[in-house]
Design a protein. Sequence first.
Length: 389
Amino acid sequence: MLDYVMEWGSLLLRWLHVITAIAWIGSSFYFVWLDLSLRKRDGMPKGAHGESWSVHGGGFYHVQKYLVAPERMPEELHWFKHESYFTWLSGFALLMVVYWYGAQSYLIDPAVADISVSWAIAISALSLVGGWIFFDQLCKSKLGENLWVLGGIIFGFLMLAGWAYSEVFSGRAALLHVGAMIATWMTGNVFFIIIPNQKKVVATLQAGGTPDAIYGKIAKQRSTFNNYLTLPVLFMMLSNHYPMTFAVEQLWVVVGLIVLIGASIRCWFNFGHEGRSGLAMQWQWPTAGVLTLMLAWFVYVPPIQAEVGETVISDAQALAITQQHCVACHGSVKAAAMKGVQLHDVPSIVQNKSGVLAQAVVGRAMPMGNASGMTDLERRQLGLWLQSR
């Protein structure tokens, strides 16, 4: 009964997570576009940095930005923060339901590190906290004053995190945890830095004072990194459905390529919003395309080649392997079979051979947590048999 409840919890939390993420990323991308589309024009109010006109829904919108604050506080001020908070809260709850409650299936891989559930959960939680502390202190340091230096250090740290996670967690959990760490940075930026700084500006203005421009500068630094890290973190969150992305030994390389691909694409959008043209707008997509091909080549696993004298196992032997390692979750009752995939007889196995190859042979993501102890030899034998069908 508890497993059934947790399955529903996973579904509803995933739904909530997607909804709040759409709201957060949508508003974030909109304000990035708005900020970069601002233009200086004659006749703007005192203190206005720029303005932008747009049309939507049958009407025209006229937006002006003040780098510090307007001379007088408006009667109504809209804040954009809850989208970020609920995205992280729903994501963290989903992490607990799927990867903590299901630690033996999703978080732990005895072939990587035979650790206890409590240790795995502790590493998961403490790494997210420690990752935020490192990122926050780095941004506040002298190194944080140069965005290129700061970006280079963060890029290296993320690849290091990819390597470290892959040494203790399953590949699926390792890549997702890098994404969870980035997501924690992004919401931490909003909760601990951006919103508090904006509140200080508002409070100073309401008290009749002149706000310090440093608050806006700090918020800009954090918003810039949130912008460039959005696409990589989305890829990493989706990756758990695709074993080809995490079934590699050098996961840190995958992390590095994902970050570069996502950052290149965001750069194209950002430069376009600024109104740039020519060479400045021509390198991003070719770069992202080449990097994507490199990623696909790096994670590619060629078909299994039979060695001299090696024979393909019989249908009965292949069925025996799936009976031992697959049928517990993919039995003869379709309604009870996980994802509706049945592997109880030879025809059903052949029908789903592409999925079995991807999940059990190449990706090694199944059986979950390798609870049944499927050996490398069995994976190889099953793979050769599937390729022959």
